[in-house]
Ligand binder design. Structure first.
Ligand SMILES: *[C@@H]1O[C@H](CO)[C@@H](O)[C@H](O)[C@H]1NC(C)=O
Ligand SMILES: *[C@@H]1O[C@H](CO)[C@@H](O)[C@H](O)[C@H]1NC(C)=O
Length: 261
């Protein structure tokens, strides 16, 4: 009985020792777990605070964005109201003036006109100062008809309006040529197309004319004689003789009137 008790006490002692070891082990584990937990706790706290900071930043940014958006919105609204006002003013001006005001275009037109004026003035100045231009004007002169000799005259009967052209070839001769029109003279090879009119007396000099169907010309010989020749029926209608001494005296109107009429 005593032995059994001793044994049981020993067993009990052993068991309690075993139990103590387990408790120590468990305590160690618990401390380790507590340490880890505290580390996690710290970490999660840090994350949480970082997340909070991040949230705060995001909220600030969002607020800034919203403010910017609102500012933009109000700016757009201001622009829209201004555009509407301009449109209203334009409408009003259009009702006031039928032609819409185009100040810029007018300025362009004025500038164009000024430039054109300047160019015209420049061209005028160049024309005045440029000799080559004058020479080119001479170049532009065309010889449309050449007939007969270098001297002589062609003339029209301006009083009759017949359009006939008369050619006195040279400074002397007794045949003058009559052309129906200026076109005939231009188309004629030389004076071939002209109607030759043989004069009863040769003319001399250049003092002749054709007037109302009569040729007036000077016959020079011993006397200074003026002939009025009827071109229609080929007869001397009248004549006037002046003394040779009077040649130097210009023929006065009075001398001519008796023969012209
Ligand atoms: C015209 O006169 C020139 C000389 O002056 C002469 O050579 C020429 O043959 C004349 N022409 C005619 C058609 O009479
Ligand atoms: C020529 O005609 C005029 C009138 O035109 C006439 O007086 C004159 O007698 C005429 N001469 C000849 C020669 O036919």
């Amino acid at each position: 009985m005593g032995t059994l008790l001793l044994l049981s006490v020993a067993t009990l002692c052993f068991a309690s020792a075993q139990h103590q070891g387990l408790i120590d082990y468990l305590e160690q584990r618990l401390v380790a777990i507590e340490g880890r937990i505290s580390v996690w706790y710290e970490q999660s706290n840090r994350y949480a605070s970082e997340l909070r900071e991040f949230k705060q930043q995001m909220i600030g940014l969002t607020e800034n964005l919203e403010e910017g958006h609102e500012a933009l919105h109000s700016d757009v609204e201001g622009v829209v109201t201004r555009v509407e006002r301009v449109e209203r003013e334009l409408d009003y001006m259009e009702t006031q003036n039928l032609a819409p005001p185009c100040v810029d275009m007018d300025r362009n037109l004025i500038e164009q006109e000024i430039t054109t004026l300047k160019e015209i003035n420049m061209a005028k100045y160049e024309k005045l100062s440029d000799c080559s231009d004058m020479i080119s004007s001479f170049k532009a002169m065309k010889i449309v008809k050449k007939a007969g000799g270098p001297k002589g005259v062609w003339l029209k009967d301006t009083a009759s309006g017949s359009g006939k052209v008369y050619v006195f070839n040279g400074t002397s001769g007794d045949v003058l040529y009559e052309f129906g029109t200026m076109r005939d003279l231009a188309a004629s090879a030389g004076l071939s197309r002209g109607r030759p009119i043989k004069l009863p007396f040769p003319w001399s000099g250049m003092g002749h004319t054709v007037y109302k169907g009569y040729a007036y010309y000077v016959v020079e010989g011993m006397t200074f004689e003026l002939i009025k020749y009827d071109l229609q029926n080929g007869s001397v209608a009248d004549s006037a003789v002046f003394p040779a001494d009077d040649q130097v005296r210009p023929v006065e109107p009075g001398d001519m009137t008796h023969i012209l009429n």
